[in-house]
Each structure stands twice: as structure tokens, then as C-alpha cells.
Design a protein around this ligand. Structure first.
Ligand SMILES: [Zn+2]
Length: 464
């Protein structure tokens, strides 16, 4: 890592898997996927290969012939991850959110004042996530501007597409890990200037007020103004735990809800990315929908810290923009494959809970597949929908033009090999391509991710 070959043109021949707006899991056998200068050129049937090569002046040297079991899929998109928390991954899961932050997180993040440590640690995170197939991530860093720039550098050097945010905190936080409002604003401006002047093709700065308990309203308002003036995305946490909501209501009196606090500060808009969003009222959902915000489901973290059960179907049915996030280290893994599985598991729990509730109320399902009051039964998240959330939908929440293989998109992809020597998948002769993809999504891991491409560059190769 990173790529030896910069933006090499390629034509993959074999099975191509991706999502479209109408199909959450499209599996195209005998397909060709053309990539030129980092972008998707065409996705077509193999019978059109010669014609496509001539049309685009590509020679046969750029052909990548896949084995019958291999397939190419879009890179995974982690819409919510804390790079500095890698060192505390899987630690302190006995605590709830607010205790966990004070006991483990803030001391761990304070270490990022140290340049050498931060350089090493941020590179470690980016290497780990890229290796797991995350080609696009939205990172929370720490309050330190200079070492947050090292995270931008790590993504750029190792070849990962990333949103990176310097965290803002001027309210409840320990003395050793807190800024004044003026410092926080000035350092945010400096961070934006630095990142934007660097003109990276991969890194986008994102304004990152940690969450309403750690930011004053004047700070959040000023950050909202900066985001608007400079057209910068915003990321923060919303409605993760009940205790957190109570804290917000005490710290920011005069507002009806947690969402309203952010709205009053001018933080909600189409470029806003909100992590968790578990305990929302219908009114809050209406506000988030009208502001066209993106919401991130962090299922592993929600389970690990026992923050709550997020009903993603409720939000999907209301048409909100949604993606998935690991929320490492609230979540104990950087793996987006795990996020996909956790999201399906949590939704299954919602379905079981809903079914039990109906039974208790005497509303047994009828042959018409409807409850006695006429409402349809709960529809748990399908694996195909979770796949789209982790690729195409995540890309949309982060405002990026990748996530599937429509011509013109940036090519961020994974070459999956279900038959590597140490593969955790058990395949049988009669498995269809659809079976193989499902087995990978449920039981595959890094070992099956043979190559990772970002912007057309090969940034990870398992044979290296
Ligand atoms: Zn988080």
C-alpha cells in the first residue's frame, strides 16, 4: 500500500454485484465492468466486450478475468467512526455511554496531543479499515487540529476516501480535554483552511461538534454559520441514549427536543450526518426529513453500550436518507461487514418484538398477511437492503459520487474471492452466484477481500 499503479484502466469480466435505486442487490453474471481514470466507464454484458474495448480504445491488457466464484462489489462505506478510539476498541463495554466517555474515551483521545503517537495511531486505523474493505469513511478525530491533519494525511497516503473532522468541545468535558469557544471556532477555521488548501482528491473536511452535551449553543451556532458560508458538511451525534437526551434538555433549556437544539443552532441541512438517532419522536423525524439530513445506524455500538434499539424500518418508511456506521469504538469492530449483520440482527429483534406485542394484544396475523387492524406486519431489514445501506446509500449520506457501478461514478470497489485457501466460507457445487454472495455477506471476512480499489487505484492487495 498504496497503489503502485495509479488509476490503471481495467475491465473486469465475470460476476459484478452492486445496488441500484430499484434493486438493492443486483447480481450480474457474465458481465463486464470498465474503469478508466478512476471512474466507471460501463457495466455491460460480456457479449459486448470487443465493441466496448474498441469504443473506448482499451486494449486486452486491461482485462481482469474473474474466476467463476469471484465477484466485484462496491467498497463499503462507514458513515460514522472515531479514528482515535482504535486503542480502546472492545474495552469498557460494562459502561453506558456517558460513563464510558469519561472513563475510557476522553483520556484516550487526549493522548492525540502527541504528534508521533497520533501519526502512528491514525495510520493504524486507516490501514485496518481499508483492509476490511472500507473505501469511504466519515471520521471523528479529536479536538487537536494538527494531529487531525495527520489523519487526513493517513487517508490520503494510504488511499482511502474520507471525511475528516476536528472535534469541537467547549462544554461538559474534563479540563485536560476541552477548548474555549473562541479556540474551538478559530481552530476549526484553521483546520478547514489547511485541508482545503491541500486540495486532496480523497479527503473532505467535515465540521464536527461532538454532541450537544459537549457544545455550547453559541459554539454550535457559529459552526453552523461556518458550514453554511463555506459549504462544508457537518457530523454529530443525535439521540443516542435516554440519559444523554435528559442531559441535553437540562443544558439547553427552552427547546422541545434534542433535534430542536441542533435546528436552533442551524446545524441541520442536506449535508448534515447524524449518528445513532435511536429515540426520536415523530415530530423530530419530520424535522430531519424536511431538512434532508442523513442518519446513520450504528447497530453494533447501540448494542454494545446498550444505548437502545434503533428501528430502521420506521425511518426507511418515512423516506429518510440512511447509511450504516461502525461507531468504533462504541462499536467493538471496524468491520462494515459486521455492521451489515448487526443491522439485520437488530431489525429481526424489532420484528420479534412487534410480533410478540401483537400477540399480546390479541392481534394474530391472518392469512392475508395483515394484522386484524389492517396494518401490514413488521418487515425486518433484508440482507440486500443492508448491503445497499452499506454501499450506495452510505455514499449518498456522505455526499460522494461512488457506492455503485453506474457509469460516471468514482470506482471504489472490492474484488472478493470466496475460495481463498483460508476462506471462512463453505461452498458447494450447487451454490448459485446469489448463494455465494449471501454466504460472503453473512460469513466472509478480510481474508476474502483480495483487492481494494479506491478511485481506480489498487490500495490493498492480499497477495502483497
Ligand atoms: Zn460516535
Amino acid at each position: 500500500m498504496p497503489a503502485k499503479d495509479d488509476h490503471t484502466d481495467r475491465v473486469f469480466c465475470g460476476t459484478i454485484v452492486h445496488s441500484t435505486k430499484s434493486d438493492p442487490l443486483e447480481i450480474r453474471e457474465n458481465a463486464i465492468l470498465g474503469v478508466k481514470r478512476g471512474k466507471v466507464l460501463f457495466l455491460d454484458g460480456k457479449d459486448r466486450l470487443q465493441q466496448r474495448l474498441r469504443e473506448h480504445e482499451l486494449d486486452t491488457e486491461c482485462l481482469v478475468n474473474l474466476t467463476p466464484r469471484q465477484f466485484v462489489m462496491p467498497g463499503l462505506v462507514d458513515c460514522h467512526i472515531h479514528s482515535p478510539q482504535l486503542a480502546i476498541t472492545a474495552l469498557g463495554t460494562d459502561k453506558g455511554l456517558l460513563d464510558w466517555l469519561t472513563t475510557y474515551t476522553y483520556p484516550a483521545e487526549a493522548r492525540f496531543a502527541d504528534h508521533d503517537f497520533a501519526h502512528q495511531a491514525h495510520h493504524k486505523t486507516v490501514r485496518r479499515t481499508l483492509r476490511g474493505g472500507t473505501t469511504l469513511a466519515s471520521y471523528y478525530s479529536t479536538i487537536h487540529t494538527d494531529t487531525t491533519l495527520l489523519l487526513c494525511q493517513a487517508a490520503d497516503e494510504l488511499g482511502q476516501r474520507a471525511l475528516v473532522g476536528k472535534v469541537n468541545m467547549d462544554l461538559i468535558a474534563p479540563e485536560f480535554y476541552r477548548e474555549t469557544t473562541q479556540q474551538s471556532v478559530a481552530e476549526t477555521e484553521r483546520f478547514l483552511d489547511e485541508v482545503l488548501s491541500y486540495k486532496s482528491g480523497l479527503v473532505t473536511p467535515v465540521i464536527t461538534p461532538r454532541f450537544a452535551p459537549s457544545c455550547t449553543l453559541p459554539l454550535m451556532t457559529k459552526l453552523g454559520e461556518i458550514a453554511k458560508e463555506r459549504n462544508i458538511p457537518i457530523q454529530t451525534h443525535l439521540s443516542e441514549t435516554v440519559e444523554e437526551i435528559e442531559t441535553v434538555m437540562k443544558l439547553h433549556p427552552g427547546h422541545q427536543s434534542y433535534t430542536e437544539v441542533y435546528d436552533a443552532a442551524g446545524l441541520l441541512g442536506p449535508k448534515t450526518i447524524l449518528g445513532h438517532c435511536i429515540h426520536l419522536s415523530d415530530k423530530e423525524i419530520d424535522t430531519l426529513k424536511s431538512r434532508d439530513c442523513g442518519l446513520v445506524h450504528c447497530a453494533c455500538s447501540n448494542n454494545t453500550l446498550r444505548s437502545g434499539v434503533m428501528d430502521i424500518r420506521r425511518l426507511m418508511d418515512r423516506g429518510l436518507k440512511l447509511g450504516l456506521g461502525t461507531d468504533m469504538a462504541g462499536g467493538y469492530t471496524t468491520s462494515m461487514l459486521a455492521s451489515i449483520r448487526h443491522s439485520v440482527d437488530v431489525s429481526n429483534m424489532c420484528a420479534i418484538h412487534s410480533h410478540n406485542k401483537q400477540r399480546q394484544n390479541g392481534e394474530h396475523q391472518q392469512a392475508s398477511n395483515h394484522t386484524t387492524d389492517g396494518s401490514p406486519p413488521y418487515r425486518p431489514l433484508t440482507m440486500a437492503e443492508a448491503f445497499r445501506l452499506a454501499t450506495l446509500d452510505g455514499s449518498s449520506v456522505l455526499g460522494q459520487n461512488c457506492g455503485n457501478f453506474e457509469p460516471g461514478r468514482e470506482f471504489d470497489g472490492l474484488l472478493i474471492d470466496p475460495e481463498v485457501k483460508d476462506s471462512p466460507l463453505d461452498l458447494f457445487d450447487f451454490d448459485t452466484p446469489d448463494d455465494v454472495v449471501q454466504k460472503f455477506l453473512y460469513t466472509g471476512d478480510d481474508r476474502n477481500i483480495s483487492k481494494v480499489y479506491v478511485q481506480g487505484r489498487e490500495v490493498v492487495s492480499r497477495t502483497e
